[in-house]
Design a protein around this ligand. Structure first.
Ligand code: SF4
Length: 115
């Protein structure tokens, strides 16, 4: 099976072709090794960094922005968003504070300070 992809690793946006044959993937169209790694990840286990907001329980109408520390499996994003929706934190919150540990190999951290 052949899959066409646009590499999103850098602004050059190479048009990649991944030829998937069972467990084996061969990639063409990439100008560098990072494109090959991106295409292989997209075909085998696509990952995404999740960004969202979490409610701050002791501050009316306040949310803190959050993101995962690394890519998480794309197939688990709905489950991760559900965990984020259920989570609340208490202020003060500092940038980089871990909000949820171990979300499919990543942590969810605050990306801003809430005094
Ligand atoms: S393959 Fe390399 S040069 Fe091409 S878009 Fe991806 S990272 Fe950039």
């Amino acid at each position: 099976m052949e899959k066409k992809l646009i590499c999103i690793i850098c602004p050059r946006g190479c048009e990649l072709t991944a030829d998937i044959n069972g467990e084996s993937v061969s990639v063409s169209g990439n100008a560098c090794k990072r494109g090959m790694e991106y295409a292989m990840s997209e075909c085998i286990n696509p990952l995404r960094t999740v960004t969202s907001v979490v409610r701050v329980a002791n501050r009316n109408d306040t949310m803190v922005s959050v993101k995962t520390t690394c890519g998480v499996p794309k197939a688990k994003i709905a489950e991760i968003m559900s965990a984020i929706r259920e989570k609340t934190v208490e202020a003060p919150v500092r940038e980089g504070q871990v909000i949820i540990e171990d979300l499919f190999g990543a942590s969810l951290i605050a990306t801003k300070n809430i005094p």
